[in-house]
Design a protein around this ligand. Structure first.
Ligand code: HEC
Length: 258
């Protein structure tokens, strides 16, 4: 008889099982949204629509051949301009963004397609594209996310992701999973991957190969999230623990001891 020292979902009150299920449902939806957001903010920066290690290298460490303007127009801002106008802007950027062409060719495009959002009145946090000085700030060589941005995003990630994995991990501790070491590995991996993932954001600035660590870290916590989510949801509603480990009253022995 295997030793079991936790309470399986099956022996929790219906109210707790409903609560756990609803939390899983909302976290699952949140996770899908987060995946979509990662895609939206990084995919396509290298000119190819798929999300790749190259995209992450550009996001974190910048693009020696590019500018923030070009990166944005190949990524999140790509729908803002028709292709022929994009070509005009790229040509101008590749010619080192001279001011005389700005006034005649570029300014009218930006006024028409960009300035509605990109002006200090509408949105003080976005680059100001309403005049040459503002535009110059995003036409300098792209050096990726600043350390200040990384610090801001890291502390938000560290707190919020820990919180999510604590809750979903706590729910999962009630699942019947053998061997016990596997359960522990699934519980611990997301926290370790989170630390490694965030360290890799900074390290990618030093050596772009660390973009692969970001991808592997992200894949690992995605995998653990999926294992915990599906195991818990399934066991909450459909699974009965094996007869040989429950006592004559149908309960796990440890329930009486603990
Ligand atoms: C509907 C509003 C809107 C319009 C129109 C718009 N943008 Fe943006 N832009 C944003 C928002 C919001 C962000 C910040 C979030 C992001 O990066 O996705 C942003 C970010 C940027 C950035 C900064 C990216 C970085 O490196 O941080 C650049 C450059 C940019 N836009 C260029 C443009 C250009 C060029 C156009 C016109 C072709 C344009 N945008 C049109 C809303 C807009």
């Amino acid at each position: 008889m295997s030793k079991v020292n936790y309470i399986h979902f099956q022996f929790l009150p219906m109210s707790v099982r409903v609560l756990f299920s609803m939390v899983l449902l909302v976290f699952g939806t949140g996770y899908l949204m987060a995946m979509f957001q990662v895609w939206e903010s990084h995919a396509g920066k290298d000119g190819n629509a798929m999300l790749s290690a190259k995209d992450l290298m550009i996001s974190y460490s910048g693009n020696p051949e590019g500018t923030r303007m070009e990166t944005a127009l190949r990524g999140p801002m790509s729908d803002m301009l028709p292709a022929e106008k994009k070509t005009v802007v790229f040509e101008w950027l590749h010619n080192k963004s001279p001011q005389e062409d700005f006034d005649s060719k570029i300014d009218p495009i930006l006024q028409e397609h960009c300035v509605a959002c990109h002006n200090p009145g509408a949105n003080p946090h976005l680059p100001d594209l309403s005049n040459f000085d503002g535009v110059s700030k995003v036409t300098a060589t792209d050096t990726g996310m600043t350390i200040a941005t990384l610090v801001r995003v890291s502390h938000i990630h560290l707190f919020s992701i820990t919180f999510i994995f604590f809750i979903i991990g706590y729910i999962y501790t009630h699942a019947y999973v053998k061997p016990a070491w596997f359960k522990c590995v699934v519980l611990a991996t997301p926290f370790l991957s989170l630390l490694v993932d965030i360290a890799a954001w900074y390290l990618t600035k030093l050596w772009t190969g660390f973009a692969w660590v970001i991808i592997i870290g992200g894949a690992l916590y995605g995998l653990c999230f999926a294992i915990m989510w599906f195991t818990s949801m399934y066991q909450i509603w459909f699974y009965k623990v094996p007869q040989e480990i429950v006592d004559s009253e149908g309960r796990l022995p440890s329930l009486h001891k603990a």
